[in-house]
Design a protein around this ligand. Structure first.
Ligand code: AMP
Length: 392
């Protein structure tokens, strides 16, 4: 059965088509600059990537071109072969603790949640409507970044702010990257050969979050009401003193929204290093002795270690630490720096095993008290799996 996994941004549309339940990736790609000048798309089939220019006034045209590509490449003969389309939705609030069908009622809730996810939810709705228009017979589903974290206890998801902010405006921690944390914790349980595990899953990419997962259920996570909480990230500041917002607003004569933009887009690795949000550039800066790159990396690692230590205590121990996403899967030095700082917990890095990128690998020594693994994430497959299960 062919299932399409879709991630719509305000001007982009990423997709992967799977043959399920075999989990075989048939084609993937991305449409970029939708609604803008110079729009284009790229597709990847059997590892071969091609890039094409295209007029993309809206997501509808992107879906039409995508379906035409599937036919031209003989992946399908007819649109009706696409049985399910799973849409990634950033914010499901407290409404969704699992993936659901994209009924009008559920789409309406996603739209209303745009109030707390103005950068993400409106784009998802545009993508869902475009897919429904172009492929009306497919089962459409909503897969939320937040639903895996809905098992967090109240004591972990509440903020110490006036209680009415929670009851009136839904101010609480929701967490994000849920599909990734769920995927890698399932894979970790397979590796460990048991389900009753205590895991600390580190999704460290351009956006970054850490979760504490007990028995396959999330009990705590580092992102919050929005993705700009917890760890220091590529361009996001993560946890900071909330009073900085009003202070900088007054100093620089900026609105709260403008300060918030700077905290999301000009902070993190980029803000401190002054060089780049990409950890590869920061690593190059460190090699050249750039002091701000050295500081940025030290702060980045410290924050991750702080969260791992905190979740170790919260879980009452840990069966495995998992590294995933761009930095977690690829940055040998960042993983090494993190694990070396955890030596007081009995963690013993194995440098040879850690010399790996983008594949499942144990990276600690056999006598490490806590094993650490690299497990590449696959959010697209998780979306396709949930969608496949909802078509049955
Ligand atoms: P993601 O958001 O998961 O796609 O992660 C993207 C980030 O991963 C990039 O911005 C880089 O910081 C990081 N990254 C990707 N490849 C490497 C690599 N080979 N070494 C270090 N960092 C990497």
């Amino acid at each position: 059965m062919k299932i399409l996994s879709v991630n719509a941004g305000s001007s982009s549309l990423k997709f992967t088509l799977f043959e399920m339940p075999e989990e075989k990736e048939l084609i993937s790609g991305v449409f970029e600059k939708i609604g803008l000048k110079d729009s284009f798309y790229s597709v990847k089939i059997s590892g071969e990537k091609t890039k094409k220019e295209a007029n993309l006034p809206s997501h509808n045209e992107a879906f039409e071109i995508l379906m035409k590509e599937l036919i031209d490449n003989k992946i399908i003969e007819d649109y009706s072969e696409i049985k399910g389309i799973g849409h990634r939705v950033a914010q499901g609030g407290a409404y969704f603790d699992k993936s659901v069908l994209a009924t009008d009622e559920n789409i309406d809730i996603v739209s209303k949640l745009s109030q707390i996810a103005p950068l993400h939810n409106p784009a998802a709705v545009v993508g869902i409507n475009a897919a429904k228009k172009v492929v009306p017979d497919a089962v459409q589903t909503l897969v939320f970044d937040t639903s895996f974290h809905q098992t967090m206890p109240e004591v972990n998801y509440m903020y110490a702010v006036p209680y009415e902010w929670y009851t009136k405006y839904n101010v609480r921690k929701y967490g994000f990257h849920g599909t990734s944390h769920k995927y890698v914790s399932m894979k970790a349980n397979e590796l460990l050969g048991k389900t009753d595990t205590k895991l600390i899953t580190c999704h460290i990419g351009n956006g970054a979050s850490i979760s504490a997962v007990a028995g396959g259920k999330c009990i705590d996570t580092s992102m919050g009401l929005t993705p700009n909480a917890g760890l220091m990230m590529g361009t996001r500041c993560g946890d900071i003193d909330a009073s900085i917002v009003s202070y900088i607003s007054e100093c620089e004569n900026l609105s709260a929204t403008e300060v918030n933009n700077k905290l999301n887009k000009e902070s993190g690795l980029l803000g401190i290093s002054g060089v780049s949000s990409d950890s590869r550039d920061v690593e190059d800066g460190i090699k050249n002795g750039d002091e701000r790159c050295i500081l940025a990396q030290s702060m980045y690692v410290k924050k991750i270690v702080d969260y791992i230590a905190s979740y170790y205590v919260e879980l009452g121990g840990c069966d495995a630490i998992i590294f995933t996403a761009g930095v977690g899967e690829n940055s040998i030095s960042t993983r090494a720096q993190i694990l070396e700082k955890l030596s007081c917990l009995g963690v013993k890095l194995d440098n040879e095993r850690n010399n790996v990128r983008g594949k499942v690998q144990l990276i600690t020594a056999d006598n490490s008290k806590i094993p650490a693994y690299v497990i590449p994430t696959n959010e697209e497959l998780m979306i396709a799996t949930d969608t496949y299960n909802l078509t049955k």
